[in-house]
Design a protein around this ligand. Structure first.
Ligand SMILES: [Zn+2]
Length: 312
């Protein structure tokens, strides 16, 4: 179990007293899916604790328990469709095979399309006896309000700096403190990212410095970023922009920023005015929110680098 989820896990009600629909939310990369998987196992476990040893737990851990259904967006698809949601409804009304209850887990509920959401309402309004629905969401605001209001919300925590660093060090991720700061504590995201991400962050800082000082034009600087993974590049930029904004407002880039970055951030901040800093932060956040949509990377980076162009 992830160390930062222990308290919330042990505070959960007994399996038989859990609400029929739970919305597990929190930022990406903090282990919501792991928590949901474990909770689904707890609901079918013979001892109702996710013991890991009983037959139900073994089946569920192997992904073979007949009373657990996991619904996720299919590879290459942008949505979870109404047919998939209807399949889930049908699954939940059946009598359990082995466990005392049936569990459906929607791994990325943010991608339910409107008809799929409407189909789910039926189950949420009148949950079949012994049925449990777990929804996992990065941004619950994207769900239909009628779905949100019928689920009990469980907000999962980010790891503290110490918990996150311990997690990454155990997995031999180098520069754990830097990468954790760059992902805002999203330890699982940090683990999945390429090992050279901190170096990429340093290169991004250098590109921003070059443009802000007038040593390089925005379009020349942008050139190097067209081929970079957009989600990672934009997350790095959001981190840098957030640090710049905090420096401007509170004279500190935030407690999570490693010391060696602070001096560079200060130097960069001294070349930008407040308007530039906040536009950069705003637009980087917005672009990252759209990063799964087909964007023209060249345009995205051109525009972002133009925001920090040296003032004449
Ligand atoms: Zn068990």
């Amino acid at each position: 179990m992830l160390s930062w989820q222990r308290a919330i896990w042990s505070g959960l009600a007994d399996a038989s007293r859990l609400p029929h629909a739970l919305l597990l939310c929190g930022p990406p990369g903090i282990g919501k899916r792991q928590f949901a998987d474990r909770l689904s196992i707890r609901l079918v476990c013979e001892r109702e604790i996710a013991c890991g040893a009983c037959r139900a737990c073994r089946l569920a851990t192997g992904g073979n328990h007949p009373d657990i259904l996991i619904l996720r967006r299919e590879e290459g698809k942008t949505e979870i469709t109404v047919d998939e949601a209807r399949g889930l409804n049908e699954f939940l009304v059946l009598t359990p095979h082995l466990a005392p209850r049936r569990v459906a887990l929607i791994a990325d509920a943010d991608h339910l399309n409107r008809s799929a959401s409407n189909a789910l309402l039926k189950t949420l309004e009148e949950p079949p006896a012994g049925s449990y629905l777990l929804l996992v969401s990065d941004s619950p605001a994207r769900l239909l309000p009628t779905i949100r209001s019928r689920c009990q919300r469980l907000v999962l925590p980010r790891p503290t700096k110490e918990e996150g660093e311990a997690y990454l060090k155990e997995r031999e991720v180098p520069d754990a403190d830097v990468i954790l700061a760059l992902t805002h504590g999203a330890a699982l995201q940090a683990e999945a990212w390429p090992r050279d991400t901190p170096a990429m962050g340093a290169r991004l800082m250098a590109s921003l410095e070059a443009v802000a000082s007038g040593a390089q034009s925005p379009l020349d600087a942008s050139e190097a970023w067209h081929t970079v993974d957009l989600d990672i590049g934009l997350t790095l930029l959001v981190g840098i922009a957030a640090g710049l904004a905090l420096l401007a407002l509170a004279d500190t880039p935030g407690p999570a920023i490693p010391a060696e970055w602070t001096a560079r951030l200060r130097a960069l901040a001294s070349r930008l005015d407040l308007g530039q800093v906040f536009r950069l932060w705003d637009e980087a956040l917005e672009a990252r929110g759209l990063a799964t949509a087909p964007l023209d990377r060249r345009l995205v980076w051109d525009r972002l680098f133009m925001l920090v162009e040296a003032r004449l």
